[in-house]
Design a protein around this ligand. Sequence first.
Ligand SMILES: [Zn+2]
Length: 224
Amino acid sequence: MSNDVGRFDDVMNYHPDHDWLEQYAAATLPAPLALIVAVHLGYCSVCRREVEALQALGGALLEQLAPVAVGDGLFERLMQRIDSEPAPAQPVVAVSAPSDVPKPLRRLVPQGFEALSWNWALPSLRVASLDSGDSRFQLALHRIAPGGRVAVHDHRGLELTQVLRGSFSDEDGIYGDGDFLQREPGQRHRPQATLNEECICLTLQAAPVRFTGPLMRLLNPLLR
Ligand SMILES: [Zn+2]
């Protein structure tokens, strides 16, 4: 498929919930959540169209309300304020050469993935923490070696995963470039990268994951 937003457009199977997109369109998501949704939009024209439609709907509602609800100059001031809102409200065009880092992430990953400091977490997993700017959320890049397995873990909080490159699977499915996964607290899973290539994901956690295998419990303090 030919378009200007990404090589993998239209092939992903897993998307953010409609609620996330609605809040994104209304610019009411906390910044780290808006960031991960923005990265998904760079890959996914289906969700991008939905956000654009929601934003158009929001604009139309404002126009309907404006004549009766506001006085002189207020509507203009309101529109100016909306125009000056930060980036998350905007449709995002991303994923381009040369850096391979999706556009919304480039402020946090200015030199590309290789330049980050990757910490060993498990034999096949390296993790690079990113500054989410919000103490309620941990933002990180996870890098699973080709064929690598990650220990079974569950979630004490919400975990969102956006696949940036490569693919992995778990008990519930196979996830490739552009897919967006949501794990609820208490869900356990064991991700495994595909054999032929490494997998890089952006993850956002509302609370640290907890590894649950017998030996893996010992690792938990290292992963905080
Ligand atoms: Zn989507």
